[in-house]
Design a protein around this ligand. Structure first.
Ligand SMILES: Cc1cc2nc3c(=O)[nH]c(=O)nc-3n(C[C@H](O)[C@H](O)[C@H](O)COP(=O)(O)OP(=O)(O)OC[C@H]3O[C@@H](n4cnc5c(N)ncnc54)[C@H](O)[C@@H]3O)c2cc1C
Ligand SMILES: *[C@@H]1O[C@H](CO)[C@@H](O)[C@H](O)[C@H]1NC(C)=O
Ligand SMILES: *[C@@H]1O[C@H](CO)[C@@H](O)[C@H](O)[C@H]1NC(C)=O
Ligand SMILES: *[C@@H]1O[C@H](CO)[C@@H](O)[C@H](O)[C@H]1NC(C)=O
Ligand SMILES: *[C@@H]1O[C@H](CO)[C@@H](O)[C@H](O)[C@H]1NC(C)=O
Ligand SMILES: *[C@@H]1O[C@H](CO)[C@@H](O)[C@H](O)[C@H]1NC(C)=O
Ligand SMILES: *[C@@H]1O[C@H](CO)[C@@H](O)[C@H](O)[C@H]1NC(C)=O
Ligand SMILES: *[C@@H]1O[C@H](CO)[C@@H](O)[C@H](O)[C@H]1NC(C)=O
Ligand SMILES: *[C@@H]1O[C@H](CO)[C@@H](O)[C@H](O)[C@H]1NC(C)=O
Length: 590
């Protein structure tokens, strides 16, 4: 091999080549030969098939594990020049209105069956949460808000700024749109400006302090575009996408004094049949794990890469003692206030964001979902999807959840008129950890996030709630609240609602700190577990194992931007280009 990637004059070289390697726009059409669409606009990827039809043994240059938000753009990019196998444990997002329609937000998250596109999990903190189990990953389930990380975030990650911007643009040409901002979201925007979250930065993907309108992956018809749509840019002759393919183990070879080398994977199809895929011979071929913040550390551990004692306790033979696998798990706490409205409001997911200068992001969602099976639903804040803020986390039992759902279903439709203003804490600083519960890759691992363990996170929540109270009382927002319901009353309301109105007992001695702790929910931006510096190097190569990288949200120390998906997709594209570029340099130096 001779030339290691770190000895290349990396950044400037990479920036120059990234431009050359970018697919020209017309190649979107060129690649459509693998991507005919049917009459509903559903792409028919000729390279996508159910894993039951896969051979028992096959060989590729790259094996990408997890067809999620990072895995799809990564696999599409690598397939430009090399044979790629993309293994996704879930099914296709296409043709399922629970996933594709904005109005159905929450349907997939409410479905707790074993074949659901979402897999519910409850952290040890007691907050009910969900992870993706579908091609497109989190981008097939999420609230759609699309916004970049700041240039400073990219610098701190050691990324090349120009290649980052070009990778964002590559993603944006396919999946992002400008949302239609209607009355209620406009009132939140104006309320933010009135309380001083300035300046107004208009519609932009950029992360700048002040108030802005961000992008969305829902188009003007309310149809979702996911990371799976980026597979339309793959080279259809070089990529194979297998659905319902659950990877159970990464295989590695160890030759006494040398580092272990990853060389294959074991996966099972929907019928439970075992298959193996191996890397073709060739020093630069690799296995890349993109299984998300829960899946990636879990799979490394199942493959013998993790803390020795923990692996031994599960009878897993240790390939590398890697104590940092599963460390640094964080979930940004979300707290919200529901504001009933005297007038009807539009159905909206996140559109406006206030980027405060005290480390809290203010966002909002309005209207009830009346699609799919729901007739009455609080959307992003529905107990049907596990959001239950009227009880402190550890009291959110299955019985309490069922009771809240029953209560919600019994409410008059007028009770759903209104919206939520939420706050997400930057970072966060508090971190936790992940451990295996079983040796079965289908089972959730155990995860602890330690919400608000660091007092700075709690302080930011309190400041955020204070600001939301001011927005509710702002002149701009007044048409959308009952005049007899002050922000103070809203916070104290126990009334008819199963949602956030927790502090039925709030009194002078109940602090906003307690409110934050008791009403904490997830905004599903959990990350960590395979962080740069601890588990992977700055090129996302797993420390201590050759031919193995991790590329997804599990590598983040902090959640990027106000919302992460843009940066996760960007990272898949960016690292795909970087791998191609460095490989070209190695080949040419021969
Ligand atoms: C409900 C919800 C709302 C959100 N709202 C927003 C929002 O509005 N804006 C925003 O920017 N972000 C939002 N997010 C967050 C964002 O979607 C995630 O941060 C992002 O999708 C994570 O990407 P990832 O590639 O790290 O993981 P994922 O996208 O989860 O990808 C991991 C993939 O790996 C697969 N996998 C896991 N284990 C295996 C295995 N053993 N074998 C094979 N495949 C496996 C999974 O099925 C999954 O498809 C939201 C997330 C959720 C869940
Ligand atoms: C949509 O979700 C509902 C539950 O929320 C479920 O009952 C239904 O089967 C789902 N439909 C599809 C096509 O997955
Ligand atoms: C990347 O784009 C942002 C705006 O989105 C800009 O501020 C930044 O300077 C750009 N970086 C480079 C290196 O061009
Ligand atoms: C590990 O193996 C031992 C001995 O075979 C067995 O007693 C123990 O139950 C196993 N533990 C787990 C977690 O499988
Ligand atoms: C922008 O906000 C961040 C916190 O999110 C803060 O650290 C920074 O100082 C702010 N910048 C300005 C110019 O106010
Ligand atoms: C607030 O006023 C509305 C009518 O505008 C009334 O229906 C409601 O009961 C009042 N709520 C409270 C808490 O007083
Ligand atoms: C709600 O508040 C009313 C009066 O303020 C009280 O009588 C009732 O018990 C409370 N309900 C709950 C569930 O806390
Ligand atoms: C006030 O709230 C605190 C904290 O929830 C509670 O412990 C206390 O009993 C409450 N006091 C009254 C008088 O309701
Ligand atoms: C990819 O393939 C094309 C055409 O075969 C070739 O021109 C290009 O140099 C290759 N790039 C890399 C990074 O290998």
């Amino acid at each position: 091999m001779g030339v290691s990637s770190t000895s290349l004059p990396r950044l400037s070289f990479f920036a120059a080549l990234a431009g050359i390697l970018l697919f020209p726009r017309h190649s979107v059409c060129a690649s459509q030969k693998g991507t005919d669409t049917d009459t509903d606009g559903v792409p028919k990827y000729t390279f996508m098939q159910d894993a039951t039809s896969a051979p028992s043994i096959s060989y590729y240059d790259y094996i990408v594990i997890g067809g999620g938000t990072a895995g799809c753009p990564l696999a599409a990019t690598l397939s430009q020049n090399y044979s790629v196998l993309l293994l996704e444990r879930g099914g296709s997002p296409y043709g399922n209105p629970n996933i594709t329609d904005l109005g159905a937000f929450g349907e997939a998250l409410s479905d707790t069956s074993p074949t659901s596109p979402s897999q519910r999990f409850i952290s040890e903190d007691g907050v009910i949460n969900s992870r993706a189990r579908v091609l497109g990953g989190g981008s097939s389930l999420n609230a759609g808000f699309y916004t970049r990380a700041s240039p400073q975030y990219a610098r701190e990650a050691g990324w090349d700024g120009r290649a980052v911007n070009e990778s964002y643009e590559w993603v944006e040409r396919v999946v992002s749109f400008q949302p239609p901002v209607q009355q209620w979201q406009s009132a939140v925007r104006d309320g933010l400006l009135e309380v001083g979250v300035l300046p107004f930065n208009g519609f932009t993907y950029d992360h700048i302090n002040g108030t802005k309108i961000g992008g969305t992956i829902f188009d003007q018809y309310g149809h979702r575009h996911t990371a799976a749509d980026l597979l339309a840019l793959a080279n259809p002759t070089k990529i194979t996408v297998l659905l319902h393919a659950t990877v159970h183990r990464i295989l590695s070879r160890t030759k006494h004094t040398r580092k272990p080398v990853a060389h294959g994977v074991v996966f099972r199809d929907a019928l439970g049949t075992r298959h193996k895929a191996y890397l073709n011979r060739g020093p630069a071929n690799e296995i890349i794990v993109s299984a998300g913040a829960l899946g990636s550390p879990q799979l490394l551990m199942l493959s013998g890469v993790g803390p020795r004692h923990h692996l031994k306790a599960h009878n897993i033979s240790v390939v590398v003692d890697q104590p940092m696998v599963g460390r640094g798990m964080s979930d940004n706490p979300m707290n919200a206030i529901f504001i009933p409205s005297p007038v009807p409001v539009e159905l909206s997911l996140i559109q406006v964001v206030g980027i405060t200068n005290f480390g809290t992001y203010i966002e909002a969602a309005s209207g009830a979902n009346f699609a799919g099976t729901s007739t009455r639903d609080y959307g992003m804040f529905s107990p049907k999807i596990g959001q239950l803020s009227k009880l402190p986390p550890k009291q959110r039992t299955p019985e309490a959840l069922a009771e809240a759902i029953q209560l919600m279903d019994s409410l008059d439709q007028a009770a759903f008129r209104g919206g939520f203003i939420l706050e997400k804490v930057i970072g966060p600083i508090s971190t936790g950890h992940l451990e295996l519960r079983t040796r079965n890759a289908n089972d959730n691992p155990s995860v602890t996030f330690n919400y608000f363990q660091d007092p700075r996170d709690l302080e930011r929540c309190v400041q955020g709630i204070n600001m939301i109270e001011k927005i509710i009382e702002s002149k701009a927002f007044s048409p959308f609240k009952y005049q007899n319901l002050s922000a103070e009353v809203l916070l104290n309301m126990n009334a008819s609602s199963p949602v956030n109105l927790l502090p039925r007992h709030r009194n002078a001695s109940m602090s906003l700190e307690q409110f934050c702790r008791d009403t904490v929910m997830t905004i599903w931006h959990y990350h960590g577990g395979c962080q740069v510096g601890g588990v992977v190097d700055p090129d996302y190569k797993v420390l201590g194992v050759d031919a193995l990288r991790v590329i997804d949200g599990s590598t983040f120390n902090y959640s990027p931007g106000t919302n992460p998906q843009a940066t996760v997709m960007m990272l898949g594209r960016y690292m795909g280009l970087k791998i191609l570029t460095e490989r070209l340099a190695v080949d040419e130096s021969k």
